[in-house]
Design a protein around this ligand. Sequence first.
Ligand SMILES: Cc1cc2nc3c(=O)[nH]c(=O)nc-3n(C[C@H](O)[C@H](O)[C@H](O)COP(=O)(O)OP(=O)(O)OC[C@H]3O[C@@H](n4cnc5c(N)ncnc54)[C@H](O)[C@@H]3O)c2cc1C
Length: 516
Amino acid sequence: MYLLYRLRELGLHVRVFEAGTGVGGTWYWNRYPGARFDSESYSYGYSFSQELLDEWDWTEHFASQPEIERYLNYVADKFDLRPDIRFSSRVDSAAYDEDNHCWTVVLGDGSRHRSRFMITALGPLSAPTMPRFEGVQDFEGQSFHTGLWPKQSIDFEGKRVAVIGTGASGIQAIQEVAKAAGHLTVFQRRPNWCTPLHNRRIEKEEMDRIRAGYPELFQRCRETAACFVHTVDPRGTFEVTDEERNAFWEELYAGPGFGIWQGNFRDMLVDREANRLISDFVADKIRERVNDPRIAEMLIPKDHGFGTRRVPQETHYYEVYNQPNVKLVSMLEAPVERITASGLETSEADYEFDIIIYATGFDAVTGSFDRIDITGVDGRKLKESWRSGPTTFVGVMVDGFPNMFMVMGPHAALGNNPRSIEYNVEWVRDLIGYMTGRELTVADARPEAVAQWNDFVRQKAEGLLSNEIDSWMTGVNMNVAGKQTRRLVRYSGTAPEYRERCDEIAAEGYRELSFT
Ligand SMILES: Cc1cc2nc3c(=O)[nH]c(=O)nc-3n(C[C@H](O)[C@H](O)[C@H](O)COP(=O)(O)OP(=O)(O)OC[C@H]3O[C@@H](n4cnc5c(N)ncnc54)[C@H](O)[C@@H]3O)c2cc1C
C-alpha cells in the first residue's frame, strides 16, 4: 500500500495484484483467535503521514487482528488506494521480456499484464505450510491453518480441539482456544521460549501522550538494531553483580513486549555463557508457572538458547497447561502417523477431534517467491538461482532480473517490519525516480555487487548464536522439500547499518547497478 502511494507520486501508472479479497496482507489472512502484534501498535503503524498519525487512535499497546485490519482499511480509504488494487488476483508467473525491456505478469485467471517495473511485496510470512502428514484430506471435522483463517467466527464451545504447532501463532491461538474448548490437545514438536506480552488498553489520554511523542518514538526506532522501541543495554552480562543481573531480568520479564529480547544485555546473543544464564532464568519462570514438573520440562527448549529465535509473546500461555481440559503431547516422543476421518493417530494413541488447527507456520522469506514462476534474462529461473540460498543486492535486486525490485524480500532488515518497509519503499521510489528523470529504462545489479553484498550478509551472520539454530530465520522448514539445511535468508546486521549502506549507494549514483 505504501509503495502504491509513493509510486503514484512519481506520476507512474501503478497496478497492485493482491491474492486476498481485501487489504491487510498478514492482518487479512491471520484472523485466528488471539492473533495480535508483538510490536507496540504505535511503533508498527505507518509514520509517513502526520494526518494519519493525528487521526488514528490505537486502543491497545499490542493491538489484535481486528483492530489492525480496521487500521489498514482506514489507510486504504484515506489515501484512496483501492482503485489501483486488483483483488482476488494471484500472480502465478512473471517473465522478463528482453526485447521490450518489460515484465509480463500472468495471473491465476490467465490474464497477462505488462509493465516496465515489477516490484514484489509478497511478505516474509505469507506462504502457509502444512505438516507432511498422511490423510490431511480425510478429516471429516473442521480444520484450519492459522494463516488461512476463515472470516466467519468458529465456535469452540465444548468442542474437542487439536492445535498442531507451538510457534508464535500456535501460542496465541492456544491461549484463546483453551478458554472455550471442551478439551484441547496441543501437539508440540519443539517448544519455544515465550515471555509475557503484558498488553494493556490505551485510554484517550495515554494515546494523546503517545501521539505527542511520535517524533521521538520513530527516531528511537531508526536507531535501534531491529527498529523496535526497545534499546539494547550497553552492559555485558558479566559486568554486573548477580543481584543486579537478576533484578534487571525480573524487571524485563515484568515489562511489556520484546524488552527482554531486544533490550537485554548486549552480549546475550553472542556469548554462550551469557545466553545460558538468561535461558536458565526464563526456564525457572516456566517451572514456577506450570504446576506439573514433567509438563514444565516439556515446555522448556533444550535445543536452542533464549532469543536465538523470534520470541513468542504470551498472555497466561504457560498457565493453560494447568487447566484440566488441556493436554500437551510431544510429537518427538509420539510422532503423528496420520490424520484420520475422526482425528489423528500418533505412534502411541488415537485421538478424536471436532476441530484441528494447523499452526504450522510459513515457508518463510523465499516461500512466496518460490510459488511464482519468475523468469529473468536468458530464461533464468529465480527459484533455481536461489536453490542453495537467496542472493541479492541490498535485499532489493537480483542480478539477471532487471527492473525487478523487492520490498521485504530476503536480506532485508527484519524486526519491527513497517519501519524497514517504509525505508525500502522510499529507496525503490528514489531509484525509479532517478531512472525516469534520466530516461533510463533498465536497471540490473552488477554480479560483483551482488557477490559483495552476499559476503557482507555472511559476515554479519558470523558469531551470532541465532545462526547456529534451525528456524525460519535461517531458512529451515522441515515441512518444505529442499529446506532442511540452513541458508542465509536474512540480513542479521543492524537496520541503521543497512540504511547507511543503501543511502551511500544512492548518494553515489547507484554505481553497483548497470543502466541502459
Ligand atoms: C501472525 C503474524 C504476526 C506478525 N506480527 C508482527 C509484528 O507484531 N510486528 C512485525 O513487525 N511483524 C509481524 N509479522 C510479520 C508481518 O508479516 C509483517 O509485519 C508485515 O505484514 C509485512 O508486510 P508485507 O506487506 O511485506 O507482507 P504481507 O503483509 O505478508 O503482505 C503480502 C501480501 O502479498 C500477497 N501475495 C503473496 N503472494 C502473492 C501472489 N503470488 N499473488 C498475489 N498476491 C500475493 C498476500 O496475499 C499478502 O496480502 C507478523 C506475521 C504474522 C504471520
